[in-house]
Write a protein that binds this ligand. Structure first.
Ligand code: PMP
Length: 411
């Protein structure tokens, strides 16, 4: 029968077979970063072991090979995102750098006094602060779009806030705190009626379900490789060709020029114009390997598996006394942020760690989203395709024990 078996993924991922504090590792911190398949680790070792070279400028075999690998990575990212051409893809360090690039390049060229940048309240700080920085410089305004009680973006408020002043709308496709899947396609269509551009932060989306930027009609789409089974330090920005074409350079240096002269310097065509300096070549090699690994599975089957696993987790967590799950928007992904009555989130994380279970505690770089629930800190378990119902049950059993202990101490 059609379906996805997490064991198929698990057997490729060496780290999932280690122990922590005497227990088999249960990695439920996938929202922070994902674990790496052997194929990705071997691709990195293979690059440095037998293929290392700088790219583009070399007049030798290995420079040509490295250039081909780098550009193959770009083509794979374009295909992965449904982008029309590899030229629409800029390599960056990650989502944060992608958004800063757009803010500093597109933003500086296009924003001015009286302009609005609409930013949803569930955004990660990396989709808030770059806009605040450029707004300050250009005297534009950052306008928050409120949330509904269930953690979905308030679409009526959004429609009211949009105006001819709106130049840009910045949205996460998936919230890294609430697991909300934001209807970015519909919101983009609405923004375009006002001539606004839309940037979609796909950091928490790409690992969970197939994405098609052409279908979304997003002007910009950003993601981080490390949340997609690839190494840290590499990510990608998609930009619509007519938008990218007009964007001025944001960093200057090698690789991004056509010719340099003290009287006049000209720039390379995009995407190279946006990639000053030596890129993260091995990172691209690793990203290519991760995309090949992920797409070797049926991605719709993965999404269906994760949906079922998330439903199981929600149901099981609801049996823990005093546990409150944040966000209840339908169709969420497996980002499960919660509070536990009487427990500090960092104590919850410490307790689980003793059982080899890794979750995250804190503000998750999304303080406004937590403030929406009157919180400054919470615990978060975040699932990936390689997690199993048994792992979720271990999490729940450990939380049950913590609450029993607290009940005894309180009695
Ligand atoms: N946006 C979202 C929704 C995220 O979850 C994260 C990472 N937690 C980021 C942006 C930033 O990603 P990075 O740190 O890889 O640049």
């Amino acid at each position: 029968p059609a379906g996805f078996a997490p064991e198929l993924a698990r057997r490729d991922i060496p780290i999932l077979h280690r122990t922590v504090n005497g227990h088999p590792l249960v990695w439920l911190d996938n929202g922070a970063t994902t674990q790496k398949p052997r194929q990705v680790i071997e691709a990195l070792a293979g690059f440095y072991g037998s293929a290392n070279s700088n790219i583009h400028r070399g007049a030798h075999t290995m420079a040509r090979e490295a250039t081909e690998a780098y550009e193959a990575g770009r083509a794979a990212v374009a295909q992965f995102l449904g982008a029309p051409s590899p030229d629409d893809i800029v390599f960056v360090r990650g989502t944060t750098e992608a958004i800063n690039l757009v803010a500093q390049s597109w933003g500086r060229a296009n924003l001015g006094p009286g302009d609005d940048i609409l930013v949803s309240t569930l955004e990660h700080h990396s989709n808030i602060v770059p806009w605040q920085l450029i707004a300050k410089e250009t005297r534009a305004r950052v306008v928050p779009v409120p949330l509904q009680p269930d953690g979905q973006v308030d679409l009526d408020a959004y429609a009211d806030l949009l105006s001819m002043r709106t130049q840009l709308v910045a949205l996460s496709q998936v919230s890294n705190v609430l697991g909300t899947v934001v209807p970015v396609r519909e919101m983009t269509a609405l923004a375009h009626r006002y001539g606004a551009k839309v940037l979609v932060d796909g950091a928490q989306a790409v690992a969970h379900f197939p994405v098609d930027v052409t279908d979304l009609d997003a002007d910009f789409y950003a993601f981080s490789g490390h949340k997609l089974f690839a190494p840290t330090g590499i990510g990608a920005l998609y930009a619509k060709p007519d938008v990218l074409e007009k964007m001025p350079p944001w960093q200057g240096g090698g690789n991004m020029i056509e010719s340099v002269d003290f009287t006049r310097t000209t720039y390379a065509p995009v995407p190279h114009r946006m990639e000053a300096g030596t890129g993260h070549i091995s990172g691209v090699v690793g990203l290519l390997s991760a995309l090949n690994w992920l797409t070797s599975f049926d991605r719709n089957a993965i999404a269906a598996y994760e949906t079922a696993l998330t439903a199981h987790a929600q149901q099981a967590l609801s049996t823990v006394p005093g546990l409150e799950l944040l966000g209840s928007a339908p169709g969420r992904v497996g980002v499960l942020t919660f509070t536990l009555a009487g427990q500090d989130p960092s104590r919850i994380a410490d307790w689980l760690d003793r059982d080899g279970i890794a979750i995250r505690a804190g503000h998750h770089c999304a303080q406004p989203a937590l403030a929406h629930y009157g919180l400054t800190s919470a615990a978060r378990a975040s699932l990936a395709l390689y997690n199993t119902p048994e792992e979720v049950d271990k999490l729940v059993a450990s939380l049950q024990q913590l609450q029993q202990l607290q009940g005894r101490q309180g009695a």
